[in-house]
Design a protein around this ligand. Structure first.
Ligand SMILES: Nc1ncnc2c1ncn2[C@@H]1O[C@H](COP(=O)(O)OP(=O)(O)OP(=O)(O)O)[C@@H](O)[C@H]1O
Length: 364
């Protein structure tokens, strides 16, 4: 599938701008972003539930952006399952085939295979209300894939499930995708879902694409501070970069990397994953940057502890440790220079001279 310069406005508000994407057949692409970034708008444009303001969508070399939804050859799975309550599991799955005039014997055979695929053969004659949420969503998936669509769209299909079901079904979706080789576009605001399921991730913010890359690229080399924040760089420190030193006021860090890894000297933001900021009582020699921390909260996490505390200059920091700490305890957070990721700080995020005066209190 190929999407070119796809744009959608609601009045003067642009919900999605200039979206370009090439999806090779069989690829699994995740659209990742926070609430309101334009994920559902993009999906609805692909499905034909919304008309684009500009741009084109081609599937197998054919333009589909002016076709009605039912002529696009697209299967959809929604977060609320959207099953027919008065039809059995088997009839729900058969529905699309019946609409397409698929002969009865072939229909029965395809439904049987789809039931096996989502492991629901024993539930074939039940009604949706007699199924768990996870089972209902598996019916919805079977219903979407049974017609062998050229493209499957999934809109947060796991969001209504409890944590363990979500994990099980996530694995199942990935397994199904590998088995069937369907081209899939999957919308989510959950980075772990996107990272574990997709071949490629597109990160959206305010209707604009921030980065397109493999999960490893997005996770290890986020294109900007927004993407970094979204893939787990929870600590974000505004400051100034000069040489190999980042100065966030009372907090100064030595930083690694150079060239493409580092912005030019000047206003910057340093981002650090909690997993890379390790809290200890006594640092060892040469262990990295050492940041004093006043512990506020310590949470048990099975493997180790997640600690939140206040660093120099009152910066709120999120760390990890193998040891437990008490609130009020003084400790040291350690981060290796090459685990500090730096991004240029956009002009808009810097205080204007007037605001700087205000923030600084009395200026002389
Ligand atoms: N019919 C509409 N009229 C006006 N604005 C709309 C309309 N539909 C969506 N928007 C706006 O477009 C933006 C993108 O909405 P969209 O539903 O695509 O976001 P989303 O990323 O899917 O969010 P969520 O995860 O909360 O569903 C939002 O700011 C939303 O308020």
């Amino acid at each position: 599938m190929r999407i070119d310069a796809l744009r959608r406005q609601f009045g003067s508000f642009t919900a999605l701008e200039g979206l370009d994407l090439d999806v090779p057949a069989g690829d699994f692409v995740a659209l990742l972003g926070p609430s309101g970034c334009g994920k559902s708008t993009a999906l609805n444009l692909l499905a034909g539930l919304l008309d684009p303001t500009a741009g084109t969508i081609c599937l197998d070399g054919r333009r589909i952006d002016r076709l009605p939804p039912e002529q696009r050859g697209i299967g959809m799975v929604f977060q609320n399952y959207a099953l027919f309550p008065h039809l059995t599991v088997a009839d729900n799955i058969a529905f699309g085939l019946r609409m397409r005039g698929c002969p009865k014997p072939e229909r029965a055979e395809r439904v049987r295979r789809a039931l096996d695929l989502v492991r629901l053969r024993a539930q074939a004659d039940r009604y949706p209300r007699q199924l768990s949420g996870g089972q209902q969503q598996r019916v919805a998936i079977a219903r979407a894939v049974v017609v062998e669509p050229r493209l499957v769209l999934m809109d947060e299909p796991l969001s209504n499930l409890d944590a363990s079901l979500r994990l099980d079904l996530r694995t199942e979706i990935r397994a199904l995708h590998q088995q069937l080789g369907l081209t899939t576009i999957y919308v989510t605001h959950d980075q772990t879902e996107a990272l574990s399921l997709a071949d490629r991730i597109m990160v959206l913010r305010d209707g604009a694409v921030q980065q397109v890359g493999t999960p490893a690229e997005v996770y290890e080399r986020p294109a900007n501070a927004f993407v970094a924040g979204f893939v787990g760089y929870r600590n974000s420190l505004p400051g100034t970069l000069a040489g190999g030193v980042f100065d966030a006021g009372a907090l100064v860090l030595r930083v690694g990397g150079h060239g493409a890894d580092r912005p030019a000297p000047g206003p910057a933001v340093a981002m650090i994953r909690p997993e890379d900021l390790l809290l200890v009582r006594q640092p060892t020699a040469n262990s990295g940057n050492e940041v004093p921390l006043d512990v506020r909260v310590c949470e048990y996490q099975g493997r180790g502890f997640a600690i939140e505390g206040s660093g120099p200059g009152g910066h709120l920091l999120h760390c990890r440790s193998e040891q437990s700490f008490r609130p009020g305890e003084q400790a040291v957070a350690v981060v290796a220079p090459n685990r500090v990721r730096l991004f240029a700080r956009p002009q808009a995020e810097m205080p204007t001279p007037d605001r700087a005066l205000l923030v600084g209190g009395q200026s002389s």
